[in-house]
Design a binder for this molecule. Structure first.
Ligand code: SAM
Length: 292
């Protein structure tokens, strides 16, 4: 008898939800180039670049038959306009109610409410019928779950046959990992990391989001995708660095951006295949295969 995949614990989901409920404005500012001086420049650079690459991977396989896209962990609706511009109606879900409130309010302000549908829900229990979406994006979300099986099962279920999904994860064997004790312990596994650095609610309140974000062995994740009927067809990795010692970056954000951009350029050269795998941010386009 096969066992049902385990979901995240309610306590963990609550921590994540509270953290993001408290950070709606902060998350929007991450994408606001005018607010760079007030925010972490390197992290802003990372998410802005990530968005560029997500849309690039999406456009590479664009099909005229696409009608519906689901943005899982949509936050305050960061991708809404770009997805609408691609001719699809947009559904967005998020566990954080305040994120959804903001997404709805932005859609109203822009007069887009007839083509967007936002609701509070978890990736582990999507309130949609089977085979409903042509496209799913799940950006910056899986790293907050304790296990991925239920989420991938749900993504597979609501995706149409031949549908595609863009999924991101944090690669634990990236260039920045090896100088940083915290990252190295995370490589061993989230359980070990939790033993050394137990999760407590004051970490959440200190906005210490890294504390409850996990990173992945990319090869293992590929295999996990396969077991859920999802096949990786292309990927882009980026964010090379920052080089840090015990979570303290050695260089300034501006220097880190220059370094990561240089390495990123080199990583795109075909004959440097290994470098391509060493970005921290790993963005995949996956296809629903016909058989599980
Ligand atoms: C790092 S933010 C990314 C937001 C947006 N996707 C982006 O790329 O800008 C992660 C989002 O995922 C949401 N999230 C976390 N766990 C979730 C879950 N189990 N189901 C749905 N959303 C979740 C959070 O509330 C948050 O809004």
């Amino acid at each position: 008898m096969s066992m049902a995949p385990k979901s995240s614990t309610i306590e963990e989901e609550k921590c994540v939800q509270e953290y993001f409920d408290d950070n709606v404005r902060g998350w929007e500012r991450m994408y606001d180039e005018q607010a760079f001086d007030t925010y972490n420049l390197f992290d802003s650079h990372t998410v802005i670049k990530r968005k560029e690459y997500v849309l690039q991977l999406l456009d590479e396989s664009k099909e005229s038959r696409w009608r519906r896209v689901l943005d899982i962990g949509c936050g305050p609706g960061i991708y809404m306009v770009d997805l609408l511009q691609r001719g699809m109606d947009v559904w967005g879900v998020d566990v954080a109610p305040k994120m959804i409130e903001q997404a709805i309010s932005t859609a109203k302000d822009m007069g887009l409410q007839s083509r967007v549908h936002f609701s509070v829900a978890s990736v582990e229990n999507l309130p949609f019928p089977d085979e409903y979406f042509d496209v799913i994006i799940c950006i910056g979300v899986l790293e907050y779950l304790s296990k991925d099986d239920l989420a991938l099962k749900e993504i597979y279920r609501v995706l149409k046959p031949r549908g595609i999904a863009i999924i991101t994860i944090w690669n634990h064997l990236s260039l920045g990992t090896f100088t940083d004790l915290y990252s190295l312990i995370k490589v061993v596994g989230k359980k070990t990391y939790r033993l050394v650095f137990p999760l407590n609610s004051s970490d959440m309140k200190k906005q210490n989001e890294q504390e409850f974000r996990k990173s992945y062995n990319v090869r293992r994740f590929d295999n996990l995708l396969q077991t859920h009927g999802l096949r990786k067809v292309n990927f882009i990795s980026h964010r090379f660095g920052p080089i840090a010692i015990n979570r303290k970056a050695i260089f300034s954000d501006a220097t880190n951006i220059k370094i990561t951009e240089k390495i990123e350029k080199i990583s795109k050269i075909r004959w440097v295949p290994l470098l391509r795998e060493l970005g921290t941010m790993y963005i995949m386009r996956v296809e629903k295969t016909s058989k599980k």
